[in-house]
Design a protein around this ligand. Structure first.
Ligand code: DGP
Length: 112
């Protein structure tokens, strides 16, 4: 899994922050002036697998790191968007749970 290998440092990425069980790095194909991905360091295919207490704790840590990164990158005042594509119709292409943190421009709704 490509994101597992980013988490271990086997594949280089522009890491912006870490917590105990999560890591944040710049998206290779940014869709906004700031585009960071936050992943759990342990493999979970998608949010659909983040069940039970362990899943809730992991999602909490990923979201919390997203909030911290958004603040550290100066997005908090103007606002930003969290996206977690899940499964085929959700548009997920990398099957390791990840949170997109997008900011630096006006977001639109509804998403595509
Ligand atoms: P999603 O479509 O939600 O599964 O998003 C996957 C994102 O992962 C996409 O925005 C591009 C990004 N991505 C894919 N491969 C790599 C990689 O090797 N390095 C980095 N930094 N980002 C990647």
């Amino acid at each position: 899994c490509i994101f597992c290998r980013i988490a271990t440092g086997e594949i280089p990425a522009q890491i912006v922050a870490r917590s105990d069980h999560a890591v944040a790095f710049r998206d290779l194909s940014p869709q906004a002036p700031t585009h960071v991905l936050v992943i759990p360091t342990s493999h979970l295919a998608s949010a659909a697998e983040a069940t039970g207490e362990a899943g809730a704790a992991l999602l909490g840590e990923v979201m919390a790191l997203g909030v911290r990164v958004a603040a550290e990158l100066g997005l908090a005042e103007a606002g930003y968007r969290f996206v977690m594509n899940t499964g085929r119709e959700g548009g997920q292409t990398v099957h390791h749970l990840h949170l997109h943190v997008l900011g630096g421009r006006q977001m639109r709704w509804p998403p595509g």
